[in-house]
Ligand binder design. Structure first.
Ligand SMILES: Cc1ncc(COP(=O)(O)O)c(C=O)c1O
Length: 418
């Protein structure tokens, strides 16, 4: 469920017409619904309530300060993967004791900053990283909390590029190495090795791969007599982009809770897409209609630089006209919705049954709240889109559209060439 709905053939975000926002904000823009963000967070919270887990929103899925603040205000922690994300976490007043930090390539300065801030723990992904954190914590005369990310080698049944829990990926450590690390705890006097972490992939529609991974990890802890305080089961919960049957928070919790409750461990979840995915849309304007002997195209003012998921993963996003003419369904035609970028891979949707949409009219690309703006770029020297948040019947531009001046910020030309 989300707060983007049609009333009288017009798309609304909460209580505002999307077309009215577009009268004030130039396209393209990302549009987020505060209520949807808060509702999705609460759904997970309620479903897992019996274990009172820490729910750390995965900042990489949507790092808008407004989105982060919305969730932090509702009690969420944050899952970060860089110094930049830590900086954002500080700006929104996140509680350090609700921050977990993953990622295979944490730099020494990033590690030092996170220790200084007093985060809950690092999710450590290699032995060298563990040595590095020990070294930095020792030099700072601090004790750092650490969870070891285990790669449980399970098949999450999702796109290869968002699979992270299979043995051949770069993420986490194999069981044998993790066992060795816990046996050699004495090597790390400045670290509290107090947790284990898994994150097996993203857009996973079924609980089975999670069950398999959790089962494997709990058996491993038991067999090796490893005692920890926390089990972080990662993110990865899938959402509905089109016709897929994504599990609800309640159904997911019912499947994994019995195992988790039996473990007696404190539980952490790191959902990104589940919270932000359907909380946002990309609003774009049709620039041209184009017909070739083989195809009908709608050329719009956003493309792979704004939303790369279709090009990168062949991801499907539903595309709808923001205003639907009442006769529209009679005249639908297969249409490719493409951007202005000079790549054949620059499309938002292919062969979509769409009514005729005049140039100047608006389309909404649905389910664009996760891995949308955060993966956008300036390719083809295109300024990045603005971000807008609706709260009830008000909207706020929470990030301005970039300007041409922003595009060249920090650039210079060697004096010999001037
Ligand atoms: C370590 C970690 N945790 C959580 C997430 C969030 O995943 P999702 O948005 O699928 O919930 C990711 C995404 O890549 C991740 O790498």
């Amino acid at each position: 469920m989300h707060e983007f709905n049609f009333k009288d053939n017009e798309l609304y975000c909460e209580r505002i017409k999307v077309a009215d926002i577009a009268k004030k904000v130039p396209t393209p823009f990302y549009l987020y619904s505060y209520k949807t963000l808060a509702d999705h967070y609460k759904k997970l919270k309620v479903a897992f309530n019996s274990m009172r887990p820490l729910i750390c929103f995965s900042v990489k899925s949507n790092s808008s300060l407004a989105v982060l603040k919305a969730l932090v205000k509702n009690g969420a922690g944050l899952d970060i993967v860089s110094g930049g994300e830590l900086y954002r976490a500080k700006l929104v007043g996140a509680n350090p004791k609700k921050i977990v930090y993953a990622g295979v390539g944490k730099r020494p300065d990033e590690i030092a900053d996170a220790i200084k801030f007093g985060i809950l723990f690092f999710n450590v992904e290699s032995e060298e990283e563990l040595d590095q954190i020990q070294h930095i914590a020792e030099s700072m005369k601090k004790k750092a909390n650490v969870a070891i990310r285990i790669n449980p080698d399970v098949i999450p049944k999702t796109h290869a590029y968002i699979t992270t829990g299979k043995g051949e990926t770069k993420f986490g450590l194999d069981f044998e190495t993790v066992h060795k690390i816990f046996n050699n705890k004495w090597k790390y006097p400045n670290l509290n090795l107090n947790g284990v972490h898994i994150h097996i992939g993203s857009q996973i529609l079924d609980a089975k791969p999670f069950e398999n991974a959790i089962k494997k990890v709990l058996k491993f802890l038991k067999d090796c007599r490893i005692e920890v305080e926390y089990l972080n089961i990662g993110g990865g919960l899938g959402i509905m982009y089109s016709i897929e049957h994504a599990q609800t928070a309640k159904a997911f919790a019912e499947r994994v809770l019995p195992m988790l409750a039996k473990s007696g461990l404190k539980i952490i979840l790191e959902p990104g897409r589940f919270i932000s995915g359907n909380s946002g849309v990309l609003v774009t304007k049709v620039i041209y209609n184009k017909r070739t002997p083989r195809k009908k195209f709608l050329i719009v003012d956003s493309g792979m630089s704004d939303l790369i998921r279709p090009s990168l993963y062949e991801a499907y996003h539903k595309i709808v006209p923001v205003k639907v003419a009442s006769s529209a369904s009679d005249t639908c035609e297969k249409t490719d919705v493409v951007g202005p970028i000079c790549e054949s891979g620059d499309f938002l949707g292919k062969e979509r049954l769409l009514p005729h949409v005049e140039s100047g009219e608006l389309l909404a690309v649905m389910g664009a709240g996760a891995y949308g703006f955060t993966m956008s770029s300036n390719y083809n020297s295109r300024p990045r889109a603005s971000e807008v948040m609706v709260v009830g019947d008000k909207f706020y531009v929470v990030r301005k559209h970039e300007t041409y001046r922003d595009l060249v910020k920090g650039e210079s030309i060697p004096k010999e060439l001037r």
